[in-house]
Ligand binder design. Structure first.
Ligand SMILES: *Cc1c(COP(=O)(O)O)cnc(C)c1O
Length: 412
């Protein structure tokens, strides 16, 4: 494994010095049996899963790559009772030459640590070891990773508390946990596929009765509880919620995406405005950070490649965005566009907002497509940005140079 650095800055205090560290090897690998048929309805998922168990007393157990299957957990486990779980969302891409790539995986693993520590889950793994395991899992799924633009294999690293947890615990940290990674095909044909066209942007519902996150809450962590409790907020006919908070109905995010508005400032500069990360309400998106970095490089002229078509005279602003700004800007013409961004959607236009009995139309701006094409171009290797892309080495469950018989359990 080449391109990672490990970070244990967010390591939880819950694992003692004597407990086993997180290790990619020896790996327990169970190839798919020849007779393997996916369960009904699960055909679009990767065939394998990675599992690494953890316990407070013994630390990390042996990593396993096994055929994807249901897992069994105690009915009073922390995850089933109190949503003691966190996750990540990543994608594996296939380049034109057939190589598999990941986009800034270390950023996901660092955020995973921060979320885990917040939940009292173990967070002391070595990112390089985890990347090694993820790459092996992905190499096994290589045949199903799609190579069309916008399509990918979606990756869901997950960490759950498996130990019983229903009373008040003296120690708030988990006793036992399971990290697993599963994958699923993303053919890019969902709701968000066609963000390039003005008429196909998202319609979002901004309902002040449902608040996703608040100051010093858990909004900035990717923890399961943030998502389940607001599923029902959006009304039929809208693709997602536009999340509001605070006295002036400030916009934080949309669905599970960070949001930018495009505004022509009084000095004529085109501003890319997004909520700041300061008060912990907004999830620190890696797509958001990447877009900010590309735009700042573009504006300062020190970019490695041009964002062709994006005006030079731009500014990135991180601040609160009251709904009034959006309504006023839509009326006086200073609002030039709005988009959401995240691993799932990449970059997608927002075209209409339902808010307090009104429908606000948002103009379409062509930079949305430029940003989307730039990010997907980097991910799929068409645009070179080496520090953001990790190549997945080939691996076929080969042990000591020999391919093991199908269905045979081996330790690699
Ligand atoms: C995952 C997520 C994002 C996007 O983060 P990326 O790292 O860009 O994928 C934004 N908002 C929320 C609420 C999220 O869960």
């Amino acid at each position: 494994m080449t391109t990672t650095t490990s970070s244990s800055t967010a390591a939880a205090s819950s694992s003692s010095l004597t407990s086993a560290p997180f290790r990619a090897s020896p790996l327990f690998f169970h190839p798919l049996p020849a007779s393997h048929v996916p369960l009904p309805g699960k055909e679009a998922h990767g065939s394998y899963m990675l599992q690494v168990p953890w316990s407070k007393t013994s630390g990390w157990g042996q990593a396993k790559i096994v055929p994807r299957a249901d897992i069994s957990i105690d009915p009073l486990s922390g995850v089933t009772q109190y949503a003691v779980t966190c996750f990540e969302g990543m994608k594996c891409y296939k380049t034109e030459s057939g190589e598999l790539t990941l986009f800034r995986p270390n950023e996901n693993f660092n955020r995973f640590k921060v979320s885990a520590a917040r939940m009292g889950l173990p967070s002391d793994w070595d990112n390089a070891e985890l990347l090694d395991l993820l790459c092996k899992l992905l190499a096994l799924e290589a045949p199903i990773v799609p190579s069309e633009d916008g399509a990918s294999l979606y990756i869901r690293p997950t960490l759950i508390e498996t130990s019983e947890s229903f009373g008040i615990k003296e120690d708030g940290n988990a006793g036992e946990a399971l990290m697993y990674i599963v994958t699923t095909l993303n053919l890019g044909k969902g709701l968000y596929a066609s963000s390039e066209k003005a008429e196909t942007g998202l319609r979002v519902d901004a309902d002040p009765n449902y608040v996703r996150a608040w100051s010093n809450g858990t909004g900035k962590y990717k923890v399961g509880a943030n998502y389940g409790v607001v599923n029902i907020a959006k009304k039929p006919g809208f693709q997602m919620s536009l999340w509001l908070h605070g006295s002036e109905d400030f916009v934080s995010e949309a669905g599970a995406m960070n949001v930018f508005i495009l505004k022509e400032a009084s000095d004529g500069v085109l501003e890319f405005v997004t909520m700041s990360l300061d008060n912990g309400i907004v999830l620190p998106g890696i797509t958001r950070a990447s877009i900010i970095s590309l735009l700042k490089d573009h504006a300062s002229g020190k970019k490695e490649f041009p964002l062709e078509g994006v005006p030079k005279n731009i500014r990135v602003v991180e601040r609160d965005i009251p709904m009034k700004d959006i309504m006023d800007g839509a009326e006086d013409g200073s609002l030039k566009g709005m988009f959401g961004c995240g691993t799932g959607v990449v970059v997608v236009s927002i075209r209409e907002i339902q808010y307090r009995g009104r429908l606000i139309s948002i103009p379409y701006h062509p930079v949305v497509k430029i940003l989307r094409d730039t990010i997907t171009g980097i991910q799929r290797g068409r645009i070179e940005k080496e520090d953001w892309v990790v190549k997945v080495p080939k691996w076929q469950g080969v042990v000591n140079g020999e391919k093991e018989a199908e269905g045979q359990k081996v330790i690699a």
